[in-house]
Ligand binder design. Structure first.
Ligand code: IMP
Ligand code: MG
Length: 182
């Protein structure tokens, strides 16, 4: 079987342009902060975080958390499991969560719920993609790349069943994306 090539939803050039804008915005906002701690949410964030972090002009550190949804399919059941916690003590730090995509908002809500009690100086969120129609939780996104339609997207770090993560653009896998129950 020849693997299907995902169709382009957001081209590489557009992503690069938007990530540049976000980096300028974040750099301006944290200009006065001594240091910014970027918290990447693995695995989907890895390319977005790599690009964003290199464009920032403010002092920054990087740490990671890994989460997984319960269950095997692409559908997000809502339940989230912590697989790897931060190494950094975030008390008193300026923390920016870097996420690939917000779908229902469950994951981001979970993250905010576990990080806020650790008393960071500030806690904000930077999200590349949001499916506005799917949102169930009232989570605050401070920096947003793009609003997208209710489609399963891949590439630029995002996967479908662990495939297509390294695509340079955001794409849609027509056949695989259809009929996903969630
Ligand atoms: P939420 O908890 O429903 O907001 O889902 C967020 C998580 O589900 C994201 O961090 C992704 O890991 C995954 N996810 C949701 N939609 C997509 C998609 O279209 N493509 C790839 N992963 C997705
Ligand atoms: Mg994610």
């Amino acid at each position: 079987m020849i693997p299907e090539t995902p169709s382009v939803l957001i081209p590489e050039k557009e992503i690069r342009h938007r990530v540049g804008e976000l980096a300028r915005q974040v750099s301006a906002d944290y200009d006065k902060a001594e240091e910014l701690l970027l918290v990447g949410v693995l695995r989907g964030c890895f390319i977005f975080l790599a690009d964003l972090s290199r464009l920032l002009t403010v002092p920054r550190r990087i740490d990671f958390m890994a989460l997984a949804a319960y269950g095997q399919n692409a559908a997000t059941s809502g339940a989230v499991r912590l697989i790897m916690d931060l190494r950094t003590n975030i008390a008193g730090k300026h923390v920016l969560i870097v996420e690939d995509i917000v779908d229902t908002g469950n994951t981001l809500e979970y993250l905010l719920d576990i990080l806020l009690p650790r008393k960071p100086a500030t806690l904000k969120t930077c999200v590349l993609l949001r499916k506005r129609e799917r949102l169930e939780k009232d989570v605050k996104i401070d920096y947003l790349g793009f609003d997208i339609p209710d489609l399963w997207v891949v590439g630029y770090g995002l996967d479908y069943a662990d495939r297509h993560r390294a695509l340079p653009y955001i794409g849609v896998v027509e056949n695989e994306g259809k009929g996903i129950s969630r």
